[in-house]
Design a protein around this ligand. Structure first.
Ligand SMILES: Cc1cc2nc3c(=O)[nH]c(=O)nc-3n(C[C@H](O)[C@H](O)[C@H](O)COP(=O)(O)O)c2cc1C
Length: 363
């Protein structure tokens, strides 16, 4: 039994959609908790005015009855309120009437750092809009909704996941103000921590099973993430082995580590310590003072597209990264503990942690 996630949706299309399959039956979902994560994703200093238009809320179309999962695919929808300004430009069917509203004119000025140029080349498109609408990070909204569902499942086995931006670069309001004044953008670093994960999530058996590889792919799968670190990550490359590894001791609560430089994962398997991962975000590519580009319609040098855009989205990334890590941990937990009914899943977890005589720190 594994969790699967399929998503669809364009940035200014009618809606963003996610289908989550592999949930056990009987999991209670809290609509307010999902909406709160959607709200958190829209916050952060340096976001664009788009966030004032969108007030993201989740709608559930299938897989839930009276707030409990049915064990069937869960269909989540987040409507794009801004679509009302793009009904002609982003009409799924051939639009009727004269071109009007946003998105009516083709975009031919690819932005360095975005998917624009490679996308039109790859898919044989003439309008960069056909690329950027999906390449945009707007659809991370439904990933956050799916992550909130994953967090509800993880809570049943005592796992809690939280993400935060490190207080530097794009998470420093003064730096954001300065970048905005220069019509520039910033990136930053986010950190996600998961407490309560038992030893044994993931496996060294195959590279695709490795929890570190899965978390790295999940984080790298988010727009603008260009680096991922597990535990002390890159810093480990610069110290000796005696300073890099986490010694094993036994105390009254069982086998423990004196440090956690590995970030809770060894050999691709969670080791029972806190899971700690970081992701580096590049500065956002849409600049109000645009970089050099070429007009694809004329072949002449031109400035890149300028479109409403964030100065920094690192605090939003923290929420998206939290959701991605929660999703991957929930998927690993489903693989390990299985169960069609929630109580079977929880019973398998309980039997396992009793067998290995493990309890989370602070329990
Ligand atoms: C939460 C979030 C918000 C983002 N907002 C913007 C934005 O407003 N403007 C922009 O140019 N890029 C934004 N990005 C980054 C782009 O989507 C991303 O750089 C682009 O799709 C190219 O992909 P790559 O950076 O992964 O290569 C955002 C990314 C995230 C995670």
């Amino acid at each position: 039994m594994s969790l699967e996630l399929a998503t669809a949706g364009e940035s200014h299309g009618p809606a963003l959609v996610a289908i989550v399959s592999g949930l056990p039956a009987g999991l209670v979902l809290d609509r307010a908790a999902i909406d709160e994560d959607l709200r958190r994703r829209q916050q952060g200093y340096g976001r664009s005015p788009r966030q004032r238009i969108e007030r993201d809320e989740v709608e559930v179309l299938a897989g839930l009855r009276h707030g409990r999962t049915l064990g069937t695919p869960l269909a989540l929808v987040v409507w794009n309120r801004d679509h009302r300004n793009w009904t002609w430009g982003m009409s799924p069917w051939p639009p009727e009437g004269e071109p009007q509203g946003k998105g009516a004119k083709p975009v031919t000025l690819p932005r360095p750092g975005h998917a624009d140029l490679a996308g039109v080349q790859k898919y044989g498109l003439a309008d960069v809009r056909d690329v950027l609408e999906r390449a945009s990070a707007r659809h991370t909204a439904v990933l956050v909704a799916a992550g909130a569902v994953a967090k509800a499942l993880l809570a049943q086995i005592g796992v809690a996941v939280s993400g935060a931006a490190l207080p530097e670069a794009g998470a420093d309001p003064a730096a954001v103000d300065a970048a905005r004044a220069d019509r520039d953008t910033l990136g930053g670093v986010v950190e996600v921590r998961a407490t309560g994960a038992p030893p044994g999530l993931g496996s060294y058996a195959r590279k695709e099973d490795r929890l570190d590889a899965r978390l790295a792919a999940a984080l790298m799968g988010i727009q603008a993430v260009k680096g991922v670190e597990i535990g002390d990550g890159f810093a480990l490359a610069r110290v000796r082995g005696s300073e890099a590894h986490d010694e094993i001791v036994r105390d009254e609560r069982g086998l423990r580590r004196t440090t956690n430089r590995a970030g809770g994962i060894e050999g691709g398997v969670s080791n029972g310590e806190e899971i700690v991962v970081r992701a580096a975000m590049k500065p956002l590519p849409t600049l109000m003072r645009p970089l050099a580009s070429v007009d694809l319609a004329t072949g002449e040098p031109a400035s890149a597209l300028v479109e409403r855009s964030d100065v920094s989205a690192v605090e939003a990334l923290a929420v998206v990264a939290e959701a991605a890590v929660a999703w991957e941990l929930a998927r690993a937990a489903r693989e390990k503990f299985g169960g069609d009914a929630l109580e079977d899943f929880v019973a398998a977890w309980r039997a396992y942690v009793e067998r290995i005589d493990w309890a989370p720190r602070g329990a």
